[in-house]
Design a protein around this ligand. Structure first.
Ligand code: YK8
Length: 177
């Protein structure tokens, strides 16, 4: 996988989890900035193995003449049972884009780590991998991989920027208490 985000924020680990993985106003705002529309979320639900799962559906804008304008997407998230409330959280997100060419060949796996570094700080790390369910022709595969990396890089660069704004808002006036 590739490391796309690795940064310490002045936000507690539990707050970071709430911002990213609940139906928060941060997520709503970030989606509208990214022009991600029609979002629907299921609630977190614990399964037999002890992990929690939820899924998201939304429509993304692509606007690449070779690929298309929009695609619906499904994101299946797993919160691993090894996570410890307030200490660290490990979330896997598998993203399937349903309306792009070769959509049945690949998906993206994002792994989020939220690690508490002190009472009011946490490290956010995101690793990403493009996974293949079937092996496409070499040229197609490199096209998919190249397009995926650039889209993902852009997405996490913006997530970092929006999170820095959120951090500033949350800590406004609070100082280094
Ligand atoms: C999530 C990875 C690939 C996909 C896209 C596919 C092109 C295929 C080219 C073939 C459009 C929000 C991306 C970027 C769409 C957006 C996905 C997002 C950013 C046909 C030659 C959606 C994180 C995420 C993960 C994967 C991204 C897709 O939270 O290039």
């Amino acid at each position: 996988g590739r490391l796309y985000l690795n940064k310490v924020f002045h936000i507690s680990a539990s707050k970071m989890f709430e911002l990213l993985f609940t139906d928060s106003s941060f997520v709503r705002r970030f989606m509208s900035v990214r022009k991600i529309t029609n979002p629907s979320f299921t609630a977190w639900q614990k399964d037999a193995s002890g992990n929690s799962k939820r899924s998201l559906n939304y429509t993304i804008i692509i606007s690449n003449p070779l690929i298309g304008k929009f695609s619906t997407a499904t994101e299946n998230q797993t919160l691993y049972k090894e996570s410890r409330e307030g200490q660290y959280y490990i979330v896997d997100a598998e993203v399937y884009t349903h309306d792009v060419p070769y959509h049945d060949y690949f998906y993206t796996q994002n792994r989020y780590y939220i690690i508490s570094t002190s009472k009011r700080k946490c490290r956010l790390r995101v690793y990403t991998d493009v996974k293949y369910k079937k092996q496409p022709w070499g040229l197609i595969k490199s096209f998919i991989t190249k397009n995926s990396w650039s889209g993902i890089e852009d997405y996490f660069r913006q997530l970092e920027a929006e999170m820095l704004e959120e951090e500033a808002e949350l800590n406004q006036g609070g100082g280094e208490l």
